[in-house]
Design a protein around this ligand. Structure first.
Ligand SMILES: Nc1ncnc2c1ncn2[C@@H]1O[C@H](COP(=O)(O)OP(=O)(O)OP(=O)(O)O)[C@@H](O)[C@H]1O
Length: 298
């Protein structure tokens, strides 16, 4: 039960096929205790299959998987009580109220959070006595998050947690995730929102066609080349552009070289690639999930 030096999640060479489809194809992943890792990737890249394998809901065809020191395919109830899960699709609890469900779920864990505090934390106080069938999509998702955290998990899996959230709800959810991080919860999330990954993740892992194609801190993903700034300016109305690691020096040089009395550089723009730019570049390089595998095409 004690936390060891072993990572919270360790995946080596994970493979999973559905018939001929290689959904996960040699995926490696490591999540340290206390870390928030965001898994990004196009539709069909294998993110959900991977996460569901880590949660013990799917069996790997091959590979080494350890989650909190155990093989999820064989781990028992004590292990399950240490993880929290927010799935992409949800079971139907339509007739129960928010309060009933959160209290009910808390009862399955040895040391749950206070269900009323959880209801507050996910912003469902005003809906506590509402039946779940009467919740909006975003409210329903907040309830899913409440059910994922009520057991006070050491490790929380969030599969596209904010899909369907309005911008305010998304920001509130991010605050909630950050407070969980401050309490030491390890979090693995999948998302299609680059802003979400940038805001929350210590590390971003990009998956395409069933394996990891890049990983790193959000500010470093893609390496120096992908992160170069582009400086644009005009000379006699004609556009010029240069990629550089030192945009400030280039701008200073342009200001003196162009020799305008006011020191202004006409049409000056300094563009730095966003995480989205870098991500789209990586995905472009590695093809989309549904492109045929190179091996298959040979
Ligand atoms: N139960 C299943 N049976 C057959 N094929 C499946 C099954 N689940 C997933 N797949 C296929 O496996 C591949 C990976 O799917 P997965 O759901 O893991 O991707 P994902 O990265 O989570 O995608 P998304 O971003 O759309 O949620 C896809 O091509 C998908 O069609």
């Amino acid at each position: 039960m004690a936390t060891t030096d072993a990572p919270a999640v360790l995946v080596e060479g994970l493979h999973k096929r559905y018939g001929e489809k290689r959904a996960v194809d040699g995926l490696d992943l490591r999540v340290e205790h206390g870390e928030i890792v965001a898994v990004l990737g196009p539709n069909g890249a294998g993110k959900t299959t991977t996460v569901e394998t880590l949660e013990g809901f799917r069996r790997a065809d091959a590979g080494h998987v350890r989650v909190l020191g155990a093989d999820p395919a064989r781990a028992g109830r004590a292990w399950r009580s240490r993880i929290g899960v927010v799935l992409q699709d949800n079971h139907d609890l339509a007739e129960a109220t928010v309060r009933e469900i959160v209290h009910h779920m808390a009862g399955f864990y040895p040391a749950p959070r206070d269900p009323e505090q959880v209801i507050d934390a996910v912003g469902l106080r005003e809906k506590a006595t509402t039946r779940t069938r009467a919740l909006s999509g975003g409210q329903r998702r907040r309830l899913d998050v409440a059910l994922g955290v009520v057991g006070d998990p050491e490790l929380l899996f969030l599969d596209e947690p904010t899909t369907g959230f309005d911008p305010q709800a998304r920001h509130e959810f991010w605050d909630l995730v950050e407070s969980l991080r401050d309490e030491g919860t390890t979090i693995l999330l999948t998302t299609h929102y680059l802003e979400e990954a940038e805001r929350l993740a210590d590390r971003v892992v990009v998956v395409a066609r069933g394996h990891v194609v890049a990983q790193g801190a959000p500010a470093e993903l893609g390496g120096r080349q992908a992160r170069r700034a582009r400086v644009r300016w005009t000379v006699d109305g004609a556009p010029r552009e240069e990629a550089t690691d030192t945009p400030t020096a280039l701008v200073a040089q342009l200001a003196s070289r162009l020799g305008r009395p006011d020191g202004e550089v006409p049409g000056l723009q300094v563009l730095r690639p966003t995480l989205e730019d870098v991500y789209l570049g990586l995905i472009g390089e590695h093809g989309t999930a549904d492109a045929p595998h190179e091996e298959a095409a040979r």
